[in-house]
Design a protein around this ligand. Structure first.
Ligand code: ATR
Length: 287
C-alpha cells in the first residue's frame, strides 16, 4: 500500500468478529479507500460477546463511521442497532453497519453481493429454477435475494430438514410468488446449483450426489478457499460453467463500501487484493 497517508482527519472503519484475524476485509477496504482518494482506514476488531452492549457507544466515542460484522455477531448485533434495511429486517442478520443521522443502520450485503457476482459472470436469475444447498446464514441471505430478484423456484436441500423448511418459509414470506421445495427430485434439472455449506472446504467431500450435478446448467460454490472444491472439480469435468465464492466475498465488500461512501467502489483494486490474499493462503497455488 504505497503512498497512504494518515493524519488528524483520517476516518475509521472496521470489522468485528470472533475470530477476525484471518479476515481479508481490512486490507481490501483500506486499499479501496486509498484508491478512491478517501482519507480512511479499516481495522479488525476482535470482540468478546460481553463487549457487545458497550460496543456502539465506544465506536461513537472514537468517531467510527461504519463497520462490517462477521461470525458470530451477525444476529447478535441486531438489538443494538436503530434501523435496518429491508433485507436485514427480513433476514434478522446484519453484515454492514453505517452511522447515520438517525443512529446506527444495519444492512445485509451478502445476498445482494452474491447477486452482483452472478450478474458479472453472466448468470441470469430471472425465472430461474435454483437448487440451494444448505440452510444456514449464507443460504438465507442468498435465498431471499434470489427470491426478490425474480427466480421462479427454489429447492432447499439441507442435512437438517427442519432448517430447510424454515428457509423455505422465509422465502415465501419475502416473495410469495416464488415456488419453494424441500429436497431435489430425481431427474429434476436446475438452472443454478448453489452450495452454501462448508462441505468441500477441507474434507474433500461433495455436498450433493454427483448425479445431481449433471442436471445443472451452472454450479456455484460460495467457498473461495480452496478456490476449487470437489464440487467445482466435478462441474469442470462435465464442462458445466462454474464459479467459486470469491465474487460473493468481493461484492459484499463492494456494496458495503458503496453504502459508507455513496460512491462506486474500485472493484478491480478490491478484487486484486482478495485474489492475492487467497493465493498466498494457498502457498502460492492458485487452484
Ligand atoms: P453460514 O453462516 O456460513 O451459512 P451456518 O449458518 O453455520 O453457516 O450454516 C452451515 C450450513 O452448512 C448448514 O446448512 C449446515 O447444515 P445443518 O443445517 O444440517 O447444520 C451445513 N453443513 C455444515 N456441515 C455440514 C456437513 N458436514 N454436511 C452437510 N451439511 C453441512
Amino acid at each position: 500500500m504505497t503512498g497512504i497517508s494518515i493524519d488528524g482527519e483520517t476516518a475509521l472503519y472496521g470489522i468485528i468478529g470472533n475470530p477476525v484475524k484471518h479476515s481479508f476485509s481490512p486490507r481490501m477496504q483500506s486499499l479501496a479507500f486509498h484508491a478512491s482518494g478517501i482519507n480512511a482506514v479499516y481495522l479488525p476488531f476482535f470482540i468478546q460477546e460481553s463487549h457487545l452492549p458497550r460496543l456502539l457507544a465506544s465506536f461513537e466515542v472514537v468517531g467510527l463511521r461504519g463497520f462490517n460484522i462477521t461470525t458470530p455477531y451477525k444476529e447478535k448485533i441486531l438489538s443494538y442497532l436503530h434501523t435496518l434495511s429491508k433485507e436485514a429486517a427480513l433476514l434478522q442478520s446484519v453484515n454492514t453497519v453505517q452511522k447515520t443521522a438517525d443512529g446506527w443502520k444495519g444492512y445485509n450485503t451478502d445476498g445482494s453481493g452474491f447477486l452482483r457476482s452472478l450478474a458479472e459472470a453472466g448468470i441470469g436469475v430471472e425465472a430461474a429454477n435454483v437448487l440451494l444447498v444448505g440452510a444456514g446464514g449464507a443460504a438465507r441471505a442468498i435465498g431471499v435475494s434470489l427470491a426478490l430478484a425474480g427466480v421462479s423456484c427454489i429447492t432447499v436441500f439441507n442435512r437438517t430438514r427442519k432448517k430447510a423448511e424454515a428457509l423455505a418459509d422465509l422465502i415465501q414470506t419475502a416473495m410469495p410468488e416464488v415456488e419453494t421445495r424441500i429436497s431435489p427430485e430425481s431427474r429434476a434439472a436446475y438452472d443454478i446449483l448453489i452450495n452454501t455449506t462448508s462441505v468441500g472446504m477441507n474434507d474433500g467431500q461433495c455436498p450433493v450426489p454427483v448425479t445431481l450435478t449433471a442436471m445443472c446448467d451452472h454450479i456455484v460454490d460460495i467457498i473461495y478457499n480452496p478456490p476449487k472444491t470437489p464440487l467445482l472439480e466435478k462441474a469442470a469435468e462435465r464442462s458445466i460453467p462454474c464459479m467459486n465464492g470469491l465474487g460473493m466475498l468481493l461484492y459484499q465488500g463492494v456494496e458495503a463500501f458503496e453504502i459508507w461512501t455513496g460512491q462506486a467502489a474500485p472493484v478491480e483494486v478490491m478484487r486484486q487484493s482478495l485474489t492475492q490474499a487467497v493465493f498466498s493462503e494457498n502457498g502460492g497455488i492458485s487452484d
